[in-house]
Design a protein around this ligand. Structure first.
Ligand code: ADP
Length: 180
């Protein structure tokens, strides 16, 4: 039986992540999405919140489970007895990063293989960072995350004057993502 581990920050899970998990669930008998508890980046959601959001997003996929982990990815890979690490690729920068991390993981655990899936064209530039920035500015991100994740983002940014969950069009069409 082939079991794959899909590790990441998932802060929060979005449609690009869900697409990769969904396609991995077709390729492998089981997929374990693993939420890393302390990535070297500023987090918006707690580990427990990220776990719950991911669980709800993937609950329709019978062979996908969600766990949290600390420490080395290869250690959780061994703990859950997976043979493959799944990652998503958006661009050359992702490729170079995954190549480097994949090299390190392979040196640490030669029995583990890396499987990178190219992202869906609809999510080619989507990142959790962009999602959070648009949410914080009240833009329309309804195409990028499921409704329960939209609700969680709205709760984090109550003053953003953003969309109600599942609402169709932005009330703030003039507002742009801004880096100042
Ligand atoms: P990490 O901090 O480990 O990069 P992320 O939560 O940012 O964690 O991403 C987890 C995985 O999902 C990575 O393999 C990343 O390349 C992939 N990923 C991120 N955004 C997208 C997207 N829009 N489409 C497909 N895969 C994505």
């Amino acid at each position: 039986m082939a079991r794959a581990l899909y590790p990441g920050s998932f802060d929060p899970i979005h449609n690009g992540h869900i697409d990769i998990a969904t396609r991995a669930s077709v390729l492998f008998d089981e997929v374990v999405l693993a939420v890393y508890d302390a990535p070297p980046k500023k987090l918006l959601f707690s580990t427990q919140e990220r776990l719950e959001l991911a669980r709800q997003a993937l609950s329709h996929l019978g062979n996908v489970s969600v766990v949290t982990y600390a420490g080395l990815t290869v250690q959780v890979e061994r703990d859950v007895e997976a043979q493959v690490i799944v990652r998503g690729l958006r661009n050359v920068a992702d490729f170079e990063f995954e190549h480097q991390i994949g090299w390190a993981n392979h040196k640490l655990a030669p029995e583990i293989d890396l499987c990178c899936l190219f992202c869906d064209d609809n999510y080619a530039y989507l990142s959790a960072t962009i999602l959070k920035e648009v949410a914080s500015l009240g833009g329309d991100y309804s195409a990028w995350a499921p409704s329960h994740v939209q609700a969680a983002l709205q709760a984090k940014f109550p003053d953003s004057d953003g969309l109600e969950p599942q609402q169709g069009l932005s009330r703030r069409k003039g507002k742009m993502v801004h880096r100042g």
